[in-house]
Design a protein around this ligand. Structure first.
Ligand SMILES: *Cc1c(COP(=O)(O)O)cnc(C)c1O
Length: 378
C-alpha cells in the first residue's frame, strides 16, 4: 500500500456510520445553510474549549480576517506576525491595509517568543498574531503579559494546534485558541479537526466582541437586511458541521494517536542519530502538550533537498512546510516591516522536512519511513 502524508480515508472508515447518518440528516432536512447542527456543533466546540463564544465561518483564513476586522484597526496599524508560518496568518493583515511586522521564530520550537515580539514594538503596534505552529503552543504567559502591558490585542492562530493545552506558571491550564483576545482555527480536511471541505471558527471569551464577530461574519447585520458595519459572507455549511460534530468527539483520541506516532519516530530516529549529526527531532515543551499537526525534522548539513528527493524515489512522501520565510515572499516585500534579521525563520525554512503523520499511522509504515532515512545516510 502506498504511504500517504495523511490518511483521511482510514479515519473516515472508522466513523463512517455516524458521519453518513449526520450528512443524510442534513440532506433529509434540506437545512444546508445555518441548519440546527451548525449551532449544536458550535456549542459542543465551546464546551470542549471551556466555554468561550464560538462563531463558525467558511475557513481559517476568513477566521483571521474577521478577527482583525472585529478589532477595528486602521490602515497603517501594525500587526506582529511570525516570519515562519503559513501565508494566511500574514496575508489577512495585508489584505486589510494593515502592516505586517515580521518577527523571527525560535529555531528549536518554530514558534514566536516574547523576546522576538518585543523587538517589533512601535507606537503603531496594535496586535500580535502568535501561531501555534505544528501543534504545540507558543509560550503564551509572557506574550499575554507583554500584550497587556502595551495594550495590544492577541489573535491566536490555532489552525494547527486545536486540542493542545498550555500550562501557566500557577498550574492552571488553557486550551490553545482561548488565551488571547480572539482565537482562530481552520477545519481544512488535513487539520487535526478537519471537515470534508472548508471550514473555520473564531473564539473569544468577551460577549460584546463575540457579537461583533458574529455580525461581521454575517454581512455586518444583527437584524436581517439591516447592516450596521461592512462585513463579509463567511459560513460553515451544515454538512461540514455535521461531520465536525462527529469528529470533535474523537479529537483527544486523534491527538493521542498523533502523539504516539511522533514518539515512535523520535525514539527510533534518536537511536539512529543520537548526537544530532544528521537531523534534529521536534522539541517538546514542558508547558504545552503537542498534538503533532506535523512531525517536522530539521535536516542538517544542507542535505534536506537531497533527502527529500531520495524519499520521493523510494515512494515515501514528505513535505516542506514552508519553503520560504514570509520576508522572502514576493507579495510581502513591499508591505512588510521586518523587525530584525529573521535568520532563524530562514534557517527553519531551508532545513525543515515533515514526515507522514496522521491518526491511522502504524509502526510498520513508520518503520518504512525510518529505514528509508537510514538508507539515505548509509
Ligand atoms: C491552515 C492554516 C490557516 C488557514 O486555514 P484555511 O482553512 O486553509 O483558510 C491559517 N493559519 C495556519 C497556521 C494554517 O495552518
Amino acid at each position: 500500500m502506498k504511504i500517504q502524508m495523511v490518511d483521511l480515508k482510514g479515519q473516515y472508515l472508522k466513523i463512517k456510520d455516524e458521519v453518513d447518518a449526520g450528512i443524510q440528516n442534513v440532506i433529509d432536512n434540506t437545512a444546508f445553510i445555518n441548519g440546527p447542527i451548525v449551532k449544536e456543533f458550535a456549542q459542543h466546540l465551546s464546551d470542549y474549549l471551556g466555554g468561550c463564544y464560538v462563531t463558525t465561518c467558511a475557513n481559517g483564513t476568513d477566521a483571521l480576517q474577521i478577527a482583525l476586522m472585529a478589532l477595528e484597526l486602521k490602515p497603517g496599524d501594525e500587526v506582529i506576525v511570525p516570519a515562519f508560518t503559513y501565508v494566511a496568518s500574514a496575508e489577512v493583515i495585508g489584505l486589510l491595509g494593515l502592516t505586517p511586522v515580521m518577527v523571527d521564530v525560535d529555531y528549536e520550537t518554530f514558534n514566536v517568543s516574547v523576546d522576538n515580539i518585543k523587538k517589533a514594538l512601535s507606537p503603531k503596534t496594535k496586535a500580535i498574531i502568535p501561531v501555534h505552529l505544528f501543534g504545540q503552543s507558543c509560550d503564551m504567559e509572557p506574550i499575554l503579559a507583554f500584550a497587556n502591558e502595551h495594550n495590544l490585542y492577541v489573535i491566536e492562530d490555532n489552525a494547527q494546534a486545536i486540542g493542545a493545552e498550555y500550562t501557566f506558571s500557577d498550574g492552571h491550564k488553557a486550551n490553545t485558541g482561548t488565551m488571547g483576545t480572539i482565537g482562530c482555527t481552520s477545519f481544512f480536511p488535513s487539520k487535526n479537526l478537519g471537515c470534508y471541505g472548508d471550514g473555520g471558527a473564531i473564539f473569544t471569551s468577551e460577549a460584546q466582541l463575540a457579537e461583533r464577530i458574529h455580525m461581521i461574519a454575517n454581512h455586518g447585520q444583527r437584524v436581517k437586511y439591516h447592516h450596521s458595519v461592512i462585513g463579509c459572507n463567511s459560513r460553515l455549511d451544515s454538512i461540514q458541521a455535521a461531520i465536525l460534530d462527529v469528529k470533535l468527539k474523537h479529537l483527544d483520541e486523534y491527538g493521542s494517536a498523533r502523539y504516539a506516532a511522533a514518539s515512535y519516530y523520535t525514539a527510533k530516529l534518536k537511536e539512529f542519530d543520537p548526537d544530532e549529526k544528521f537531523f534534529i527531532t521536534p522539541k517538546e515543551l514542558e508547558n504545552s502538550t503537542h498534538v503533532y499537526h506535523q512531525y517536522t525534522l530539521k535536516i542538517k548539513n544542507e542535505k534536506r533537498d537531497a533527502l527529500k528527493a531520495y524519499l520521493d524515489e523510494q515512494g515515501i512522501p514528505s513535505m516542506i512546510y514552508y519553503p520560504l520565510p514570509l520576508q522572502e515572499q514576493e507579495a510581502f516585500k513591499p508591505i512588510t516591516r521586518a523587525a530584525e534579521e529573521l535568520e532563524k525563520s530562514r534557517a527553519c525554512a531551508y532545513s525543515v522536512l515533515s514526515l507522514p503523520i496522521h491518526t491511522e499511522m502504524t509502526k510498520e509504515v513508520q518503520d518504512e519511513v525510518i529505514n528509508a532515512i537510514r538508507e539515505f545516510y548509509k
